[in-house]
Each structure stands twice: as C-alpha cells, then as structure tokens.
Design a protein around this ligand. Structure first.
Ligand SMILES: [Zn+2]
Length: 56
C-alpha cells in the first residue's frame, strides 16, 4: 500500500498550470483540447479556444 503524500495536489496529466477561465472567470482545474480552436475547461465546462489560455 502506497502512501500518497500529495493528496491535496491536483495531478494534471500534461498541463503544469492553467489560469482562470477566460469565459466565466472560474479557476480552471484542467482543460481538454478538442481541436486547434476548440477546448473545454473543467470544472466550469466552458468551451473556449485553447489559445486563450496560453499566455506565451
Ligand atoms: Zn468557465
């Protein structure tokens, strides 16, 4: 049995950190990219352009 010492940490699969949802302003836990211009953020579920979350 493993001891999980990062219970409170959100383990995002590939994204290190994401900003607030540009659509509703809620904190974004994760984003699923559906296409080059289409994505869904969680947990609010807004559909946004993935590009809108990238500040680079
Ligand atoms: Zn939202």
């Amino acid at each position: 049995m493993e001891v999980n010492e990062t219970l409170a940490a959100d383990d995002s699969p590939s994204m290190s950190s994401v900003p607030d949802c540009p659509s509703c302003g809620s904190s974004v836990a994760s984003m699923t990219v559906l296409g080059p211009t289409d994505g869904v953020v969680a947990p609010c579920g807004c559909r946004i352009a993935p590009d809108a979350l990238e500040s680079e």
